[in-house]
Design a protein around this ligand. Structure first.
Ligand code: MN
Length: 251
């Protein structure tokens, strides 16, 4: 994709809507919708890099309550012709076809490469990548196993969703959000993951969420690691104008 020279590509992640409660999440959701209203004016595409919801489980016919403002805004923007891409995070990995069928938004369950304006990007949520994160990796195997999903789907939604929301907020090991301190460039496992990738293939940008730590770090020649931060404490987002990538704070 070559960018028209007035257009931009926007990136945001880790909104965790619904947390810690629906009531307390609502002002953050409204702020994010206001941001979407601004970026739609010059967006060539919008990337959402996961954990949009603090918990999402996709039943065959039932849609979890809440989130109508953000879902409606995404529908409006997508219907206006702007492409939106969604990568699941560790909090909303049970997505199936709802975003695709209802919103016409593709859903990716793993990292994906893109090229914009001649620059190469590796994009994803970032959970379970690189060394470490062992407890979470083990849990993720259970989470994504078809049998667990089938079993969970048989729980009454009021029980299943209630239980999951409780665990999501209470249990940081399960959610994989145990450590939101920067570990240092030599230990930060998403940076190590990106550097390992660079050994076999060059990318200009590695764009991830998950760590909730907004940063841009040079990790090689013409190669940068970007973490988008979150919409809980930082309200940060990425913007690529065809030549360079910037991290900004929405006020
Ligand atoms: Mn997150």
């Amino acid at each position: 994709m070559l960018l028209a020279n007035t257009k931009k590509i926007y990136f945001a992640s880790d909104q965790h809507f619904g947390a810690p409660t629906a009531e307390l999440s609502l002002p953050r959701e409204k702020k994010f919708v206001a941001w979407l209203d601004e970026v739609k004016l010059d967006a060539e595409a919008i990337f959402l890099l996961g954990d949009l919801f603090d918990f999402w489980f996709e039943y065959k016919t039932v849609v979890p309550k809440g989130f109508v403002r953000v879902l409606g805004k995404l529908a409006e923007i997508r219907d206006s012709g702007i492409p939106i891409y969604f990568f699941v995070g560790n909090h909303d990995l049970w997505m199936r076809k709802y975003f695709e069928t209802e919103l016409n938004i593709p859903v990716y369950h793993d990292n994906k490469e893109f090229t914009f304006g001649g620059k190469t990007f590796l994009i994803g949520h970032g959970d379970g990548k690189g060394p470490g994160d062992i407890g979470y990796k083990r849990m993720k195997k259970v989470f994504v196993h078809p049998f667990s999903k089938w079993l969970f789907g048989w729980l009454h939604p009021d029980i299943g969703v209630g239980l999951a929301q409780y665990l999501s907020v209470k249990n940081k090991m399960i959610s994989g959000d145990s450590d939101v301190k920067f570990l240092g460039e030599d230990k930060e496992w998403l940076i190590l993951y990106a550097k390992r990738k660079l050994e076999t293939k060059h990318y200009n940008y590695f764009i991830f969420g998950h760590r909730h730590l907004p940063m841009i770090k040079s990790i090689g020649e013409n190669s940068e690691y970007v973490n988008l931060g979150d919409w809980i404490s930082y309200f940060t987002y990425g913007v690529f104008d065809g030549e360079s990538f910037e991290l900004k704070e929405y006020k």
